[in-house]
Design a binder for this molecule. Structure first.
Ligand code: NCD
Ligand code: ZN
Ligand code: ZN
Ligand code: ZN
Length: 420
């Protein structure tokens, strides 16, 4: 008989926190309820902690292969676990980009036994893609309609019609970087306001509009920044993803390139409108868009600095701090950081429920801490949230195995590709 672990404590089950016991065997949740003293190993988490399903981040750039001076799968996934994330979906803009069977197979082989969290890969769709040829390998597909890090832009409506049409028959989600490249200007940039001027809000709405013929398809709009884009996406039946930086920061960040990101930070009125929509539960899920670049690259002249900021380790802890303060319901955080992304991408994760993977993030809401970039686990070594308060997890379990204990990372590279 296999070992049975019992977690005892206050867990988020069926939309509410309740005192319960959770049985775990062979990496899965075997029951939720009174255990009648069963179990080979029992962990009593007491009444100060809350047990949540592990976080699922549907949008990270772990830079592996090809840009491992910015991040690699080991540091990226250690960062994920340390922020309560037990599964990530990794974007294809690596070097070489993951675009076809050969590059995806190679990337998968390279990542084997190197990740601390579970993961899935995206394949990019480009003019020469054959999406059906990688369907058995990937968690989803990615379309870049606007230029950003990596050179896998696909902005031709004929190519898009062809490729997206093929993806829609495969039953997997297509995540889209929705900025219409035809509307992106190239003028010199000295600060976040210039970056915003070059990448107007209308470019987002227009890119989404160009996908209207795929109404009802499994399309997910990444890092939404405007309510106009949100309303269009919703009207087409698309799911939506938002980052913490787009709801927290506006374009008034000056010339600090750490805040240079695509799509750009918007003006405060647009940001506030987006924040309201988020508060009202209109956005499907969070994606960190963890996009680390080396500090030396970010300290370049603003115009030359690359776009993107780290976030996989801070999103959930900052949101848990808002839960602690009572300004955001816990149910919204669990839905948008675990349950919804798992559901949208068809993972057997994201809720405390019999049969699901035994992935948990345990928080003690009294444990508030100031965020310090050099204490995070990403190679970036900096964070746009420096000095902000957060509640980091106390304990993280991946398929029943302790990857973080007493607030300290203790992981092993047991993370697996969810597609196999
Ligand atoms: C991302 C990156 O650096 O890979 N950058 C960014 O500004 N968000 C790419 C992307 O998601 O657009
Ligand atoms: Zn993007
Ligand atoms: Zn991204
Ligand atoms: Zn540490």
């Amino acid at each position: 008989m296999s070992q049975e672990l019992i977690l005892i404590g206050r867990a988020f089950v069926n939309g509410n926190l309740k005192e319960t016991e959770i049985g775990i065997s062979e990496g899965k949740i075997t029951y939720v309820g009174p255990s009648a003293g069963r179990g080979d190993r029992r962990i009593d988490l007491g009444s100060n902690r809350i047990i949540l399903p592990g976080g699922v981040d549907p949008h990270v750039h772990f830079r592996d292969p090809g840009m491992t001076h910015k991040e690699d799968f080991g540091t990226g996934s250690a960062s994920a676990i340390s922020g309560g994330i037990t599964c990530v979906l990794d974007m294809p803009n690596t070097i070489p980009p993951a675009v076809d069977r050969e590059t995806v197979v190679e990337k998968k082989a390279r990542l084997r036994k190197r990740s601390y969290c579970d993961y899935g890969l995206f394949a990019a769709i480009t003019a020469n893609s054959r999406p059906s040829k990688v369907a058995d390998l990937v968690a989803g597909y990615k379309l870049f309609m606007g230029s950003t890090t990596g050179k896998i832009l696909t902005n031709d409506d004929n190519v898009i019609a062809d490729m997206v049409g093929e993806v829609m028959n495969l039953g997997k989600v297509l995540s889209v970087h929705a900025e219409d490249d035809n509307m992106i200007l190239k003028g010199t940039e000295r600060n976040c306001t210039d970056h915003l001027r070059n990448r107007p809000a209308a470019a987002e709405a227009n890119a989404i509009r160009r996908l209207s013929k795929f109404k009802g398809g499994k399309i997910n709009i990444c890092h939404l920044t405007t309510v106009e884009g949100l309303n269009l996406a919703k009207s087409y039946g698309f799911t939506t993803e938002v980052t913490l930086h787009h709801i927290m920061f506006s374009s008034d960040r000056g010339s600090d390139a750490k805040y240079k990101v695509n799509p750009p930070l918007r003006e405060s009125a647009a940001r506030e409108a987006l924040f309201k929509a988020f508060e009202q539960g209109e956005i499907t899920m969070f994606g960190s868009d963890h996009a680390p670049h080396a500090l030396s690259e970010k300290e370049n002249e603003f115009d030359l600095a690359p776009s993107g900021m780290p976030g996989v380790e801070t999103t959930l802890p900052i949101l848990m701090n808002t839960v602690r303060k009572g300004t955001l319901p816990l149910s919204r955080v669990v839905e948008m950081c675990s349950t919804a992304p798992a559901r949208v991408f068809g993972m057997n994760k994201g809720s405390v429920e019999v049969g699901k993977d035994a992935d948990f993030s345990v928080f003690n809401l009294q444990n508030r801490k100031e965020i310090k970039g050099d204490c995070l686990h990403s190679k970036a070594g900096y964070t746009p949230y420096e000095g902000r308060e957060a509640v980091f997890p106390d304990m993280v379990l991946l398929r029943g195995e302790m990857q973080l204990k007493d607030g300290e990372f203790c992981g092993e590279t047991m993370g697996a590709d969810i597609i196999g």
